[in-house]
Ligand binder design. Structure first.
Ligand SMILES: NC(=O)c1ccc[n+]([C@@H]2O[C@H](COP(=O)([O-])OP(=O)(O)OC[C@H]3O[C@@H](n4cnc5c(N)ncnc54)[C@H](OP(=O)(O)O)[C@@H]3O)[C@@H](O)[C@H]2O)c1
Length: 331
């Protein structure tokens, strides 16, 4: 930005692609503008290390930028403070936005998967649920398809395309035989993760039949029959052995392994038993709940959900449903 005019813009479009700073400087060049003496506004502090891309700090210094305004710090050990330090050494004015400012919060919220994964090694977890007015996520017979309306389901496909992974419990796979792909044009496909202690995932399931569309990872327990695990591997699935005395512990162990495999965000699609394990492990960062205008009735299944208190992010009408977004953690 110079003299109140935007002379270039950029963002980090994909893993391995140009970082936002270099993308913005490329845009400045495309527009035939000169970045020397300009102010650069960034959501995340410029990095100073060689990763899949060269250091951003070098590009900013070479471009002759006079001032950098940073809305969010980089909490990862390899980066924290190094880029801003290099910029200051090169005589560039560096200003951080007050962390309490709304813009700083917005910048942090944009980067939740990166920030959580960078600090904890675990993917950022969004729990998605669709429920009836009487709080049921399936009928007593186990049918849950079409609780939410078409518009809500479309939105879920967008979210799937935004996440690195989707997870369900084996109860959901056995009840619904879901595909769990992102079925909106252009979306990337997340890794489909099934929590399945006994490695019971049917070899003729839709998940395994569509491995050419998206990978499948089965999280099994230490006591799963080796022959079943072997069969899943032969069918083309990946596996994670997750030990732990209780479901919550196994969920956390599995999250750690998914994080080690480079997955930074996970859309937890249920069912209620798996969601309860994640909640008990305090590993739900955000919930997105669709409430549909129907009453299912029948006896309520008692799922021991841990008491989590969150803050409302958004509540809006989506087609026939109401979407309620609640944030439990901010990284
Ligand atoms: N409305 C919605 O948004 C929605 C979304 C999804 C599903 N559903 C419905 O929910 C129903 C299925 O829900 P559900 O509660 O029965 O099953 P679920 O949560 O899908 O799966 C639970 C099973 O996952 C396995 N599991 C493996 N590791 C686990 C861990 N660490 N923590 C917890 N579970 C683990 C356990 O079986 P093992 O011990 O054998 O591994 C457990 O019984 C279906 O009717 C489905 O249609 C509704």
């Amino acid at each position: 930005m110079r003299d109140g005019e935007i002379i270039g813009e950029g963002f980090h479009a994909e893993l391995g692609g140009l970082h936002a700073e270099r993308a913005a400087l490329a845009d400045v060049a495309r527009r035939g503008e000169d970045p020397a003496g300009a102010t650069m506004y960034v959501t995340l502090e410029p990095c100073a290390h060689q990763g899949r891309q060269p250091p951003c700090s070098d590009a900013v210094i070479e471009a002759g930028i006079a001032r950098v305004v940073i809305a969010g710090n980089d909490p990862t050990a390899k980066a924290a403070g190094k880029g801003p330090g290099q910029l200051r050494e090169a005589g560039i004015q560096v200003d951080f936005v007050d962390p309490a400012d709304e813009i700083a919060l917005d910048a942090r919220l944009l980067n939740q998967p990166f920030r959580k994964h960078g600090q904890t090694g675990l993917p950022w977890v969004v729990l998605k649920t669709a429920m009836s007015l009487d709080g049921r996520t399936s009928t007593p017979a186990g049918v849950s398809r079409w609780i939410s309306g078409e518009r809500s389901r479309e939105l879920v496909h967008v979210w799937r395309g935004e996440c690195d992974a989707i997870a369900v419990g084996i109860g959901t796979v056995l009840a619904d035989d879901p595909l769990l792909t992102a079925r909106l044009g252009g979306a990337r496909q997340p890794v489909r993760v099934v929590f399945d202690s006994g490695a019971r995932l049917p070899l003729d399931s839709q998940l395994l039949a569509t491995l050419d569309e998206a990978p499948v990872t089965v999280v099994h327990g230490p006591d799963a029959e080796p022959a079943r695990v072997e069969a899943l591997l032969r069918a083309g699935a990946e596996t994670i052995a997750a030990p732990g005395a209780i479901p919550a512990e196994r969920a956390t162990v599995a999250l750690g392994e998914l994080g080690r495999r480079g997955l930074t965000s996970l859309l937890l699609e249920g069912g209620a038993t798996l969601a309860a394990a994640f909640a008990a492990a305090d590993q739900v960062d955000e919930a997105r709940v669709f409430v549909a205008p129907l009453i299912i009735g029948g006896p309520l299944v008692d799922v021991p959900i841990a008491g989590l208190q969150g803050s409302l992010v958004e509540s809006k009408v989506v087609g026939e449903d109401t979407l309620i977004r609640t944030r439990f953690k901010e990284w």
